[in-house]
Write a protein that binds this ligand. Structure first.
Ligand code: SF4
Length: 378
């Protein structure tokens, strides 16, 4: 398949996840909604079901969710609930609700109260201390709970063999995405910021094995193209999510390419693979323990500002000239981490800007001016 056909396919999926959900249901598949962050989607795949990421929406307005949410909840969480309440996600067979931040914790209960009669809600609490043996065991226990609930929905037992196969599928998908991110930078004349985002966003909605196969095909096509003779600027994006095509169009209009990202919905979700050997539940727990440089997770070396240095190095290694931080409004973890990130970027001589964003943004004039001005000083 040609690059253009594959890119169009990813764009379609990225823009119309609800159509994709309907299609899976027509095919008789069960679909499990997966809220951010770090849910073990391998368990969903091993149960023979389709995981579908829920990361809010750039097109909806918060209305029904107001009844359940404090106004200071981020829009990602509020719009996730909105889509459950307004029927958009009615065809789901269940939902996994991780509780990694102070918004998602109460949100998991709001979703349970609002939806439990219609939808099985699977609560998932990750441990704060994820690396010691007791933390690994806690994760295994939590994942075992998720596994049992998924087995009830699917009506089949998740065997170790099926789980090992699912780990292989997800590792393949993660490897393809890591390769794509590099190729997208090398071929930023073909993979614009908008197209790059559509490909990475589609991963949350497509069946993982199908996605991996198509992305490997796209990567093979891209690898054959000459490296772009890029005359514009290159930056690294950072934040929780950066998938609004109107916002990303500003980069494309101003000849700014994305060299790499430190975005939770993008690279931060596919940096770490799970072992394909040994006990597969422990392999998933270890994979969670191995996540690092992450604002949402406890860092026992936090006095060393390892994350800030990691991000500054990412900018330098990627060949970017600066970093654009998309700061979600009302996201405490991001806001609290910012001074440390800024310190590390300043010390490394990496220019950056911070843009406040949320999913109800409809006017991008200010962002346009800020990004243009930033590009001029790079
Ligand atoms: S954007 Fe921030 S506050 Fe909202 S769910 Fe994500 S981590 Fe939590």
């Amino acid at each position: 398949m040609s690059t253009e056909i594959l890119l169009n396919e990813f764009k379609e999926v990225s823009e119309h996840p609800y159509k994709v959900l309907s299609q899976y249901k027509q095919e008789g598949k069960k679909v499990i909604g997966v809220l951010p962050y770090f849910a073990p989607v391998e368990l969903v795949v091993a149960a023979g079901m389709v995981p579908m990421g829920i990361w809010g929406s750039n097109n909806k307005t918060i209305a029904l969710a107001k009844e359940y949410c404090a106004t200071f909840y981020c829009t990602i969480a509020q719009l996730a609930l909105e889509m459950l309440l307004d029927g958009t996600m009615d065809q789901l067979d269940g939902i996994i609700t991780p509780t990694i931040c102070d918004t998602l914790r109460p949100m998991s209960q709001n979703i349970r109260v609002a939806m439990s009669e219609k939808l099985p809600c699977i609560f998932l609490a990750h441990p704060q201390y994820r690396k010691p043996a007791f933390g690994l065991q806690f994760t295994v226990d939590q994942y075992t709970h998720v596994k049992k609930e998924l087995e009830k929905i699917s009506g089949t037992a998740i065997t170790d063999e099926a789980l090992r196969e699912a780990i292989k599928v997800m590792n393949r998908s993660r490897a393809a995405r890591r390769a794509f991110v590099k190729l997208a930078s090398d071929h930023c004349d073909v993979i614009t910021a908008v197209k790059r985002s559509a490909v990475l966003r589609a991963a949350w909605f497509m069946e993982p094995a199908v996605f991996a196969e198509k992305l490997e095909a796209l990567n093979a096509e891209l690898a054959q193209l000459p490296v772009a003779d890029w005359k514009g600027k290159k930056i690294v994006t950072s934040g929780i999510i950066c998938d609004n095509p109107k916002l990303l169009q500003i980069f494309d209009d101003n000849q700014i390419a994305i060299a790499a990202d430190d975005v939770a919905q993008e690279s931060r979700s596919f940096r770490v693979d799970a072992s394909e050997e040994g006990d597969p539940m422990m392999a998933l727990a270890q994979q969670f323990a191995d996540q690092d440089y992450e604002i949402l997770l406890y860092d026992e070396h936090s006095n060393q500002n390892r994350r800030g240095e990691f991000v500054a190095n990412l900018v330098k290694k990627s060949g970017a000239q600066g970093l654009v931080l998309f700061m979600q409004q009302f996201c405490d973890p991001e806001e609290m981490e910012y001074p440390y990130l800024k310190k590390a970027l300043d010390e490394a001589g990496v220019p950056h800007i911070k843009l406040g964003v949320d999913q109800q943004m409809r006017d991008f004039g200010q962002a346009n001016t800020a990004i243009q001005a930033f590009a001029e000083v790079l």
